[in-house]
Design a protein around this ligand. Structure first.
Ligand code: FAD
Length: 425
């Protein structure tokens, strides 16, 4: 599925599926209304609706396998539902885009400012948390603390979290997923594919989560990985890349992009990520108009949260998964829910709910420009630029122990000025 050929990642064919007829608004609106708890008919409903899910998210299920070895297909007997066969098609717009030889890439129009945004990265000192804890008869699998890398590693972490649960709870059990950011939605999707019955509880849903704020580059940066965790983290990264690579296309908001990096900019790529990324190519000059600086280029993936997250949410809602709006103040409130199996994907909220003093909020601020047709990513010494369908993302800040998600206009003006300065405009 994933391969490097001629220095380029192979574009995997995109499996097209029918969108569920319900729009996001309807799906979310219908499921956000307060419910007393899961319906007693939920298992039957889910069996019927799993079919719908298979139709809408079958391509996502194709990346789920047993025992956290995602490159091997799940045995048929364990597979919850055979994916609906869909004709594979290649999205012609998804060929890799490169600068034509000898010509320069366009300069963004920095006057077209759309908005300022901020989000709180769920950083965890020492290491992200991916482990099972027993609370009496209950099992809680923790899946949080991914800092500035959650979007990149969510699918691999979800596969590992579900494997931890499978070793402890009965097949097809109802499982409460706490949190509806990219970690919660990915975990619920993998649970569903593995035959469990997820119910998602969260204070906020897309587009109101930190995951919706993410810039979207596949780059596991700003995440702590302990030495004991390195091997599993390698697996997580590979599973995640395979998943995203299998879903390149506008439908999922996932694109192959060249990422240009200015020479002298410290690499944010972890040493354990380097081995699985395509090699970089040194450039005497970065191919931008008016710029005369050396750098390097490497292919990576752009995952657009405003497309990808609703796609996950829609697929789950279409399969009958309940989304319950609920804020938790403590682990006792969680354990009072009518479930005995939980996956904790509370992101930056996990610190207080689970009394984890290793959880540290790290604020990031961004400036969004109006959408512009710029099919590349750029990381320079004083910022980064990720053009997406909904706008051009200019980054960014890394503010430790700042938990206020309100953008600071002064800092955002600085982000704008630093990115414009790279182009000398
Ligand atoms: C500016 C910025 C840029 C970023 N860029 C990238 C990038 O390019 N690539 C990348 O891989 N990552 C990036 N990240 C990091 C990424 O956004 C996070 O790692 C990821 O979103 C974490 O996902 P999550 O699901 O754990 O948390 P969240 O998205 O925060 O979701 C947490 C969920 O839990 C719920 N919740 C929290 N507390 C409670 C509570 N007490 N009770 C009930 N529900 C609760 C929330 O409502 C939400 O539904 C960026 C982050 C920021 C801020």
């Amino acid at each position: 599925m994933l391969g490097i050929r001629g220095g380029r990642w192979e574009a995997a064919p995109v499996l097209r599926s029918k969108r569920p007829s319900r729009g996001l608004q309807t799906g979310v609106g219908a499921t956000l209304s307060p419910v007393k708890g899961p319906s007693p008919d939920l298992p039957a409903q889910l069996d019927r609706r799993r079919f719908l899910w298979a139709a809408s998210l079958a391509p996502l299920a194709s990346c789920v396998s047993s025992k956290a070895t995602p490159s091997q297909p799940a045995p048929a007997s364990q597979s919850p539902e055979a994916p609906v066969p869909l004709a594979p098609t290649v999205d012609p717009t998804e060929s890799v885009v490169v600068a034509p030889e000898g010509s320069d890439l366009a300069t963004p129009d920095f006057t077209r400012v759309q908005r300022f945004v901020a989000g709180i990265r769920p950083y965890r000192r020492g290491c992200y948390r991916l482990e099972a804890s027993a609370f009496g008869e209950n099992w809680v699998v923790h899946n949080y603390g991914h800092g500035g890398a959650g979007l990149s590693v969510a699918w691999g972490c979800a596969v590992e979290a579900v494997a931890l649960l499978e070793a402890r709870v009965a097949p097809r059990s109802e499982v409460a997923v706490l949190g509806a950011g990219v970690l919660g939605l990915s975990t619920a999707s993998v649970l569903l594919a593995r035959g469990f019955q997820p119910v998602v509880y969260a204070a906020a849903f897309t587009p109101e989560t930190t995951s919706d704020v993410a810039g979207g580059q596949w780059s596991p940066s700003l995440i702590a990985v302990s030495s004991a965790e390195r091997e599993r983290f390698q697996r997580i990264q590979r599973t995640s890349i395979e998943h995203y690579r299998a879903h390149v296309g506008r439908e999922f908001g996932i694109h192959v992009r060249d990422n240009y990096v200015e020479a002298g900019r410290g690499s944010s790529v972890l040493d354990i990520s380097r081995a699985i990324l395509p090699p970089t190519r040194e450039l005497e000059r970065l191919p931008f108009r008016g710029v005369d600086r050396p750098g390097r280029v490497r292919e990576t993936l752009l995952i657009e949260p405003p497309v990808y997250l609703p796609r996950l949410h829609e697929g789950l809602a279409a399969a009958g998964v309940a989304f319950v709006q609920r804020r938790f103040e403590s682990v006792d409130e969680v354990l009072d829910l009518p479930h005995s199996a939980f996956v904790n994907c509370l992101g930056a909220g996990a610190g207080s709910v689970m009394s984890d003093d290793r959880a540290v909020p790290v604020r990031g601020q961004l400036v969004m420009l109006e959408p512009q047709d710029l099919p590349w990513l750029l990381s320079h010494r004083n910022g980064y630029i990720f053009p997406r369908t909904d706008g051009v993302v200019l980054g960014g800040t890394v503010e430790h122990r700042q938990a206020d998600p309100t953008p600071d206009p002064g800092r955002c003006e600085q982000i704008l000025a630093r990115n414009a300065a790279f182009f000398q405009v």
